[in-house]
Design a protein around this ligand. Sequence first.
Ligand code: SF4
Length: 344
Amino acid sequence: MGVPTAELGEFLASLGEPPYRARQLQHWICRRLAGSFEDMSDLPKTLRAQLQAQACLADPVVIEVRRASDGTAKYALQLEDGLVVEAVAMPMEGHTTLCLSSQAGCAVGCRFCVTGALGSGRNLRVHEIFGQFRVLMRSEGLVGQGVNVVFMGMGEPLLNLPNLVGALEFLSETVSLRRTTVSTAGVVPKLYALAQLPRRPNLAVSLNATTDEQRAYLMPGVAHWSLAELIAALKAYPLERGRRITIEYVLIAGVNDSLEDARRLVRLLSGLKVKVNLIPLNPDPDFLPGLEPPSEGVINAFAAHLAAANMNVTVRWSKGREVAAACGQLRGQLKFPRPAAVSP
Ligand code: SF4
């Protein structure tokens, strides 16, 4: 992957600049993540002034940062049309993970997700997705450091596949695809499209159910594809050596947390190269009334059943809960204009 420099080259040629300037400018935008043309110190002053007058670096604008005691920082970012999306920086052991949004809302409507409860929103454009990365890297003082990037923020990335792929091209200038994960609710035809890319990011799939009825209840927006169709798409997904698909399973008390569910999950995933992340539900009495995480005993029993079947399983206690930056909580505590509904 790589960023096509042709357009930059054409624009710079129109300003009378030599072809190599395009690569220089791209380096400042994609690798050094400069926040202004003024910072691009090896460009001539006259060119910087011209760029300032005729072009813009349209990054989203930070309107709020909420930081949890574990260091997780949730950013509210305003786009050019006034919509607000959220992105999260999570300090982990030895690195930071950035969680980015791909849509300004979500049409999938997962029952356990605040973003889904708020409804659908428009697709983010390439620069709006990559701009979240640029802003968080600068604001968190991470420029020049290795980070992981996950598309687990607002929206279903595969319902915005062309712009996701465009953003991945920009991102791959600084972050290896091996450190980038796209998480999908399971949009089956788009999984086959993603599989066609010559180089692919890591894949995570939000499964959360072991029967089609359960999945229709929990994830109505992707229920027209059966679990059998989803598993077939995962079996066909090409994996590089040593890679696994991450299966995310949000555990909800009394809904999908029984030992029968654990047994069905083992059967469903048999033959697939996967690791399973069990995520106890992050409750939200306003947006997710009536849904609670299981008790620790139930969570541990579920995990133990998977482990006993030789599955690679982890219980993921979400970071950033106190600032509503945890899984499924984005847009939960901000009162900004709701995104206009669009069909995905
Ligand atoms: S969990 Fe993901 S796919 Fe489901 S509603 Fe929330 S943002 Fe959309």
